[in-house]
Design a binder for this molecule. Sequence first.
Ligand code: ADP
Length: 323
Amino acid sequence: MSQEKSTIPGNHQQVPLKVLAIGSAYEDTILYVDKFPPEDGKQRAQRVEKRRGGNAGNTLTVLSQFPLTQGYFMASMASKDASAFLLHDFETHNIKTSTCIFRSNAELAPVAYIIYADNTSSRTIINYNSIDELTFEEFKRKFEAACVEEVDTLNNDLPFNWIHFEGRNVVEVAKMIDYIGTKVWRPRTKISVELEKPYRRGLETLMSRADVVFFSKVFAEGKGYNHAGDFLQIMSPHCKNTALLFCTWGSSGAMCYNNQTRKLSTEPALPIPSVVDTVGAGDTFTAGVIYGLTQGMTTEGCLKFACELAGRKCAQVGFDCVV
Ligand code: ADP
């Protein structure tokens, strides 16, 4: 059983990394219970934690731990006052939020209550988000400002080497990706999309626009598949013919389908002594792939690296010091 830290290739990072991640941020309250409560019952929690949540932000929290890496988070948020907890946490993790939109009339930040049942390791999530989604026009304004601000000589005039989207608000996100496609530097950056919720309509629109697509087990199961490999091969015609498709499968690890070589790769989960906290395991996996691909790892190397990183996350509480 090995939980030794994976080495950053060559033990030092070669490529400075600027990652823009677009999604939404939540105030998560995690209730750790022995077992899931019966309906209409009353139960004491073993432990309670409050954290910043939201997939894209979690991925940036992990990425920000790698050297020479700067994360930028973009979302439509509640008012600045109502977002104070979230903004403070982003700042603590050195993630820039100048790319966020604040809705002054929204007095409640998005919240999620997560019931973590110890006996089954299940995570049951109830969330509430009344903030209007980020529109294309808002994205364009913030994105242009960030491009002007962040272009530097280190990156050869490239504002971001990776732009990652949570697959939500499909119509607007498709416009955002198309807009990025008009930039001369587009061939030097990668765009990824995470598809987590199977019930969101029109997600194929996003698959066909991304260089890397991240699917969740929930998404695959929601589409009627119980094997990551079968699912990825069925999804592949909807994606670019150069795309890499990843699908995580909890304690069974993850798979990748390379649309160019038509090769399917499998990686088992990292064996860990005990599962402590799986909240954000998939987001950590995403961070591992983004990091690995930008540093020139092979597809298989990335898959292994990402599974190791996500496994280590599951063996600890939260994300701090996971890299
Ligand atoms: P999500 O957080 O999106 O539900 P998954 O549960 O599929 O994501 O987990 C993402 C990755 O985390 C998996 O591919 C695997 O590498 C790792 N992982 C998840 N559960 C475990 C576990 N019990 N032991 C080791 N690694 C795990």
